[in-house]
Ligand binder design. Structure first.
Ligand code: ASP
Length: 342
């Protein structure tokens, strides 16, 4: 009798398994969007009336260069991780953005850089925090992900690791830009006048850079790189190198790169919160981003924005500031670049 019941259960199981689609069949049905690259160059009080045409042009050109390179990597069959790192490198090398060359200054007049990268296919991630000698922190973050068993390395250890990995090292003067140094002087003067501890850029322009991409295999990735916030105290680490706060990627939900007042992004685990809303509450990427950036953060007066994308090729570029340097390419030769709140 017992045996008969067992056989019956096994037959029923086999029968119903045939009726219900297998997991991989469901996977196959999932809509995969076209190859896509989305980038940002920071959010903040970016107003047309405060910008010269030449400056706007310079930003647009650099954003276009980063987008085109990232898209080219994807077109040539490169992975989303490769595209993200390539685009971010271009922005890090430009003094226009607060990452790599052009990074803001700490209270002690130094440049301490943070970066992270995450692969949505494998959930592998790499990050460096507080590095002062690495020319392209995103490359060091990538090396941590690919060539170490760790996720995050900081300070001198991360720098040593970068040297071991053959990553380009910059001399101490490389990160200096007059514009960023003047910003530090301005905020320190204000701090003295007000006898207050100020960490925000006086004109609230963040300038961190980031990218998210979808490759031809349907995998997504995200990366972020920054100099942090002007006048930050020694050793302060923002959201950008923190997986789940400033960067997150997971094929099942989305890829996110953030920019803004890092402490709020850390406390609210912003990048992961967006992914979690999609995963557990079935919100669309756009709705999830709106919920976190334009509701939750706004209620707390946490300023900033994110770029995001999912496997289906949905894109969002959501911010609660006046503007955000941003753009994407989803169709060949059709780069969309925006700066202001439009
Ligand atoms: N989120 C960065 C930080 O807090 C700043 C930025 O986005 O520019 O370090």
């Amino acid at each position: 009798m017992k045996q008969q019941i067992l056989v019956y259960i096994l037959i029923s199981f086999a029968f119903f398994s045939c009726l219900s689609p297998q997991n991989n069949e469901i996977e196959e049905e999932k809509k995969i969007g076209p190859i896509t690259i989305v980038i940002h160059g920071g959010a903040g009080t970016i107003l047309k009336k405060n910008m010269t045409l030449e400056k706007e042009q310079a930003y647009r050109e650099k954003l276009a260069e980063a987008l085109n390179l990232g898209y080219e990597v994807l077109e040539n069959g490169g992975t989303s991780i490769e595209a993200v790192a390539s685009s971010i490198r271009i922005l890090e090398d430009s003094p226009l953005f607060n990452a790599g060359k052009g990074a803001v200054f700490t209270n002690q007049g130094k440049n301490e850089l943070d970066a992270s990268i995450m692969d949505g296919k494998t959930s592998k991630a790499g990050a460096v925090a507080g590095v002062t000698t690495v020319k392209n922190p995103i490359m060091a973050a990538l090396a941590v992900m690919e060539n170490s068993p760790h996720v995050m390395m900081s300070g001198g250890g991360a720098e040593l690791f970068a040297v071991e990995q053959g990553i380009e090292i910059a001399d101490s003067g490389y990160f200096f830009t007059k514009r960023r140094y003047n910003s530090l002087r301005r905020i320190q003067k204000k701090e003295e006048e007000q006898s207050a501890y100020l960490t925000e850029n006086p004109d609230y322009k963040y300038g961190t850079v980031g990218a998210v991409a979808l490759d031809s295999d349907g995998n997504i990735a995200a990366g972020t790189s920054t100099g942090g916030m002007t006048n930050k105290r020694y050793g302060r680490i923002g959201d950008s190198p923190i997986i789940g706060a400033g960067t997150f990627a997971e094929n099942a939900s989305c890829a996110i790169s953030a920019t803004g007042h890092g402490e709020f992004f850390i406390r609210n685990v912003v990048a992961y919160d967006i992914a979690a809303l999609m995963k557990y509450k079935q919100l669309s990427l756009e709705d999830a981003a709106q919920e976190v950036i334009n509701k939750k953060l706004v209620e707390q007066k946490g300023s900033g924005g994110i770029i995001g994308l999912d496997q289906a090729g949905n894109i969002t570029m959501t911010f609660n500031t006046a503007g955000m340097y941003r753009g994407y390419i989803q169709q060949k030769d059709n780069a969309v670049i925006k700066i202001f709140g439009e």
